[in-house]
Write a protein that binds this ligand. Sequence first.
Ligand code: SAM
Ligand code: SF4
Length: 346
Amino acid sequence: MTPYDNIAAAPQAALSGKPLVDGFGRTVTYLRLSVTDRCDLRCVYCMAEHMTFLPKAEVLTLEELDRIASAFVGLGTRKLRLTGGEPLVRKGMLDLVRSLGRHLRSGALDELTLTTNGTRLADFAGELADAGVRRINVSLDTLKPDLFRRLTRGGDLGKVLAGVAAAQAAGLSVKINAVALRDDNAAEIPDLIAWAHGEGCDLTLIETMPLGEIEADRTDQYLSLAAVRREVESFWTLEDLPLSTGGPARYVRVAETGGRLGFITPLSHNFCEACNRVRLTCTGTLHTCLGQEDATDLRAVLRDGADDAELARVIREAVLGKPKGHDFEIARAQPAVTRHMSTTGG
Ligand code: SAM
Ligand code: SF4
């Protein structure tokens, strides 16, 4: 008996409706769910060295996370990504994953996945696979132990590499995400690509985004992926792939390695026309656009005792107001949005 056994497979009131469509005709089928703002690392581009984390009462309980995620599934969401903070530091995380796994078994959900820093993956990989997780994203910006320790403010690269190996041994497909940092890993990017592809992993490069206040000056860290692509193309053959995930990534195949390489370029490219996703913070705030301040407080709706029909109605209304697009600008002195990636969920 788990705490979830009394939760219905999917809210019936929500199931009766039409898919979630916004005011610009985009159907929302993908929810990214931050399950905690806490993390065992302090990556320099993501967090301040001394973060103040949220009081526990502000963070959604596992039951509340399940209820909101399930409402989305009832409204046509086909993909759930659990993120954070670091999802694998949340107590009871495996219970939540197992519980949400019921939507995979019922056929209501196509994919249940995770973005993790990998430090605890060696402990959890087998059980994640048993719960129905098939693919995970592991964030890793360097293969140099000292640089890893500096970028993460104390992390142990060996644990992440062991985590990747354990995930693969458990049958999970692993994609590596690396943030491109001008002074730190720019020269190492070809080695990272070769390593990831050698391990049978896709690799996606991410430009730094102006989210949340941190100590470092992001203008210094920003590295244009257009420049990275030109550099990589000077010695490898890149074949464009048509694959579109409805997200900001564009993919190529590297002919020489046979692996896939993605570029997430929120600053130098506009990817909003095909956007199919929304995000829920660990405090239950729904953001329908990563780069805008629009927000709907679903925690208040739940804690006011709303039934499933009311929850579905509020979600529909929020999605209807999804902004047309975002407006990031690295040269700005202030972050485009004040919340950190670790609160919103990357
Ligand atoms: N802790 C997990 C991890 O690191 O994979 C999940 C949460 S983390 C916030 C999700 C992703 O966001 C990571 O790949 C991280 O590198 C990326 N990220 C964090 N801050 C960022 C920023 N300011 N710009 C671009 N990517 C960022
Ligand atoms: Fe933690 Fe992920 Fe942010 Fe790094 S990027 S500090 S691992 S939440």
